[in-house]
Design a protein around this ligand. Structure first.
Ligand code: HEM
Length: 431
């Protein structure tokens, strides 16, 4: 009776994989027997009656894919159709893509020194850039009150058209941020209304909403630090490296969460033996993801302090392995975050360790029984880490030109994405 009831709600077909799993399973075989009675003994699974097929599916899901139990539970009330799951997955991956775009745009805004051109923040009013000549001149006058203009104009003249360029860069970045919010929130409301958001995803969407708001707040908090007067007139106005690293780190976190949740909707669990070797590989993959994230954060400190403009040599730092001014500041811990030499020293050595760790991991995986997609991810990880390190070294040797620095920044997100993908491929079925 139960089977009959559920079967009427279920439409999708039994896959051949499920049929294979069935071969060695007693519980499920009893289901097949039930079906064969119902169907008069016809043996191919294509000809299974709806009721028996559903019975098999229910048990297969519960037994081999316990993580899907939530969806199954929901199926008792309301089933989320497979196409809706894919749409939700596409939307989440789209949001991840939008975050990727925001990071690139933010990087180019910083590299073109445009980030301090808008001197206040208003959610709605900021959306319309100045239109008339008078409005532009007023906006320019406002900018002139702040330290960046004072510094730049002491070096070279800044015209209204120069100002328009930096203004549009920052405006574009802020508008993109608003668009990420819209692309996330509007469909979220629609999907919730349609009942397409699973129970497990609901609290995660709440976390993502909070993080998105926090990201916007951090952006403005960072810009504010660059609008304050500098200790000396000769100091280049720049935002706090702590706030820049927080803004970038939180963008990376947001991207990671969107991508992971999106992949959940597309990539099924892989079957692989849960041996000690595979456990070590899985833990290694998560460790590498954390290492890539940490290296990227240390890169944000390099960017925040313009530390890529000191010691433009590799592998040594001006003919020395350990530069003299590595611990120039007191107290010593301050060097880690505030001394450009130390910040660059840490980033390059963290990056080199990351590449070596990835190479070692690749070696460790060579003979392991990895699922095919996971093996592909391991190979991509090694290739991308070499590209990323080459980009970093070239950026340093060529005194941080904008196109290279921007490619190096996006490269870090590509590397992180591959690490996320790999971890996703290796995730274990929940017990
Ligand atoms: C796993 C490898 C690496 C990762 C994940 C990584 C990541 C990053 C990130 C996220 C930034 C901040 C970009 C920004 O906000 O604009 C950065 C900046 C930087 N990195 Fe790397 N990096 C790696 C390797 C290297 C290497 C090997 C070098 C050179 C020895 C290097 C040199 C630099 C420089 C000079 C900057 C500052 C660029 C700027 O001012 O925009 N990186 N890195």
């Amino acid at each position: 009776m139960f089977h009959m009831k559920v079967a009427t709600r279920c439409t999708f077909q039994l896959s051949s994989i499920t049929a294979n799993i069935l071969a060695g399973d007693h519980d499920l075989r009893s289901c097949v027997t039930t079906k064969m009675k119902l169907n008069g003994g016809i043996k191919t699974h294509h000809s299974l009656s709806k009721q028996a097929s559903h019975c098999i599916r229910q048990q297969t899901r519960t037994k081999y894919f316990p993580c899907l139990r939530l969806t199954t539970t929901e199926a008792a009330g309301k089933t989320i159709p497979a196409y809706a799951e894919k749409i939700v997955g596409g939307w989440l991956i789209g949001c991840a893509g939008m975050c990727f775009g925001a990071v690139i745009l933010g990087g180019v805004t910083r590299l073109t020194e445009s980030g301090l051109s808008m001197v206040d923040w208003q959610l709605i009013k900021d959306m319309k850039p100045p239109g008339s000549q008078k409005e532009w001149e007023e906006e320019f006058e406002r900018y002139k009150q702040y330290p960046e203009y004072k510094y730049v104009s002491s070096q070279k003249e800044m015209t209204l058209s120069d100002f328009k360029f930096i203004f549009y860069m920052e405006w574009g970045h802020r508008m993109w941020g608003r668009m990420v919010g819209m692309v996330f929130l509007v469909p979220a409301g629609f999907f919730l209304y349609k009942g397409w958001i699973s129970k497990a995803l609901k609290p995660r969407l709440l976390v993502l909403t909070g993080l998105l708001g926090f990201q916007g707040f951090l952006g403005w908090y960072m810009v504010k630090s660059g609008l304050q007067d500098q200790p000396k007139d000769t100091d280049i106005p720049r935002v706090s490296q702590y706030r820049l690293a927080s803004h970038l780190g939180s963008a990376f976190l947001l991207y990671t969460l969107f991508l992971w949740q999106g992949l959940n909707k597309f990539l099924p669990y892989n079957k692989y033996p849960y041996t000690n070797q595979m456990r070590n590989i899985r833990m290694g993959a998560f460790g590498i993801k954390a290492l890539v994230f940490t290296t990227a954060l240390s890169g944000a400190f390099v960017a925040g302090l313009d530390a890529g403009l000191t010691y433009n040599s590799w592998p040594k730092m001006a003919d020395r392995w350990i530069p003299d001014d590595l611990l120039a500041l007191d107290p010593k811990w301050k060097n880690t975050f505030e001394n450009p030499t130390t910040v660059q020293f840490n980033h390059r050595h963290l990056a080199e360790s990351t590449v070596l760790a990835i190479a070692g991991f690749w070696w460790m995986c060579r003979k392991a029984p990895l699922p095919p997609r996971a093996r592909m991810a391991v190979n991509c990880l090694l290739g991308m880490s070499l590209i990323q390190a080459t980009l970093g070294i070239t950026t340093l040797l060529t005194y941080v030109p904008t196109p290279l620095a921007a490619s190096h920044q996006s490269g870090s997100l590509v590397l992180l994405s591959i690490a996320i993908w790999l971890c996703h491929e290796l995730r274990r079925l929940p017990k």
